[in-house]
Design a protein around this ligand. Structure first.
Ligand SMILES: [Zn+2]
Length: 471
């Protein structure tokens, strides 16, 4: 039975029940997970609120009442660009018989802020409506936190002893400074030295618009995020006496050249495997281009189609695009300065210096000054380990699913990159199944389907048992 059949069955059987009756039909574990979810979403862990410690305290209490000891739980304070935040690390210790190295599982407790005035429902209250849970963090990343925390607690209560340590590492400022992330990655490398790292904050199942499972996505690489400011300065003057050089025109010329420029095609084993698998389930010309590219990444027609689609343009190389502009100071004065923001997503393995040099060459005007605005983290691609892939397969088959598992490279950034640069294979494998049209992370009215919430609660349970069961 696939998810759409399951949800159809649930929809039919529940349509005559009141919400209270539905709650009674949920298992004890499902109700407990929902309770955690509701609580963590009610804590506004956005920048400026200093609420991460409140969430840490709540979670630590939950772990303690399930039998985790003070030695298993580690709370650390961080100063994230002037704001107090915390990290939480929880050890699920092995029975001491294994030679296997530990597995680290990542999540982040902070969220991008949400303004109540802009939302249709209160962002920091979990609202169940029309088959969805609404609220900031319902997806990014409080579902992941709820899922992994409730799984740790469930296994502990069942008395399960893994044959290797599992360590949950939750950061407190992933969405902003990543100060806690960097410090935790240092701590993990020095004190835990895991076999590999799993992340709750990306990846997961993809459903078609009518709810049929298409494939399960594994995030195995992240592009490097870099923002430049391009500035042209000019003596300016009175607008009644235009001069041949002009800050706005010079900047506009530079931007037009950047628009026309296409970075060279790049690909890796992950790119090819990703296109091969997604091409098999993507209809039409785009699907054909994916398949053709996976067979021959020099196929010009395939490249043109992939680069013409916003969904795939980022997967075949580096992209840079103008995102902001400011210039001039009066309507009757020649501009003394013009500045554009150009945001780049750089393919793993391509250096930031190489990109800057290329852009300067493309612009070909020394009057245009470049300034790198971001703290850049360049991370390599991770190997897809057979034992991790097998564990994902076990989780899918426990739900009666037999979809392809597709690796992908993320254009954004997660905590995972700070572990990849330390040499740890890191893949993000969320337990949620979603339609692309339901993805509102960082945006208004963030949501997760109620079926996806409960349907994924066994995900980490199965994966942990697969990775630390008997030899
Ligand atoms: Zn996230």
């Amino acid at each position: 039975m696939n998810i759409s059949t399951i949800s159809l069955a649930l929809g039919l059987s529940f349509s005559f029940l009141t919400p209270a009756a539905i709650a009674q039909d949920r298992s004890e574990h499902e109700q407990f997970a929902r309770e955690i979810y509701e609580k963590v979403i009610s804590i506004r862990t956005a920048r400026g609120q200093e609420k991460v410690p409140e969430m840490v305290e709540y979670l630590a209490d939950q772990f303690k009442s399930a039998g985790f000891t003070d030695e298993d739980i580690q709370i650390t304070d961080y100063d994230s660009d002037g704001e107090h935040t915390q990290g939480l690390i929880v050890y699920y210790r092995a029975d001491g018989t294994s030679k296997h190295k530990p597995v680290v599982i990542l999540g982040h407790m902070d969220v991008v802020d949400a303004l109540a005035a802009d939302w249709e429902r209160p962002p920091f209250t979990l609202t169940e409506e029309d088959g969805y849970f609404f609220g900031r963090g319902t997806m990014d990343n409080k579902y992941g936190i709820t899922n992994i925390a409730s799984t740790f607690i469930r296994l502990k209560k069942e008395g399960w002893k893994p044959n290797r340590d599992f360590v949950i590492v939750l950061s407190g400022d992933e969405e902003t400074g990543m100060v806690s992330t960097r410090a935790q990655a240092d701590y993990v490398a020095e004190n835990i030295d895991p076999e590999f790292v799993l992340n709750t904050d990306a990846g997961g199942g993809v459903l078609s618009d009518d709810g049929a499972p298409l494939f399960y996505a594994v995030q195995g690489a992240e592009k490097t995020y870099a923002t430049f400011e391009l500035t042209v300065a000019n003596p300016g003057g009175h607008s009644s006496r235009p001069r041949s050089d002009n800050a706005i025109y010079d900047l506009a010329d530079a931007l037009r050249k950047i628009k026309e420029y296409k970075f060279p095609v790049r690909y890796s084993d992950l790119t090819l495997a990703s296109f091969k698998a997604s091409g098999a389930v993507t209809p039409g010309a785009l699907g054909k281009a994916m398949r053709d590219f996976s067979e021959n990444p020099k196929n010009k027609k395939a490249i043109a189609i992939l680069r013409d689609d916003p969904e795939t343009v980022g997967t075949t190389g580096t992209t840079c695009v103008a995102t902001m502009l400011r210039a001039g100071h009066a309507e009757n004065a020649l501009p003394q300065s013009a500045t554009a923001t150009v945001n780049c997503r750089i393919f793993p393995g391509v250096g930031i210096a190489e990109v800057e040099e290329k852009l300067k060459k493309v612009v070909d005007n020394e009057a245009v000054q470049f300034e790198l605005m971001t703290d850049v983290t360049e991370s390599p691609e991770s190997k897809l380990r057979p034992e991790v892939m097998a564990a994902i397969e076990a989780s899918l088959s426990a739900r009666g699913l037999n979809t392809p598992i597709i690796p992908y490279m993320e254009s954004g950034g997660t905590d995972g990159m700070h572990y990849r640069i330390k040499g740890y294979d890191t893949v993000a494998i969320s337990g949620a199944w979603m339609k692309p049209s339901d993805i509102f992370a960082h945006g208004l009215n963030e949501r997760l389907a109620v079926d996806a919430f409960y349907g994924g609660l066994d995900h980490w349970y199965v994966i942990m048992k697969e990775l630390a069961g008997d030899e």
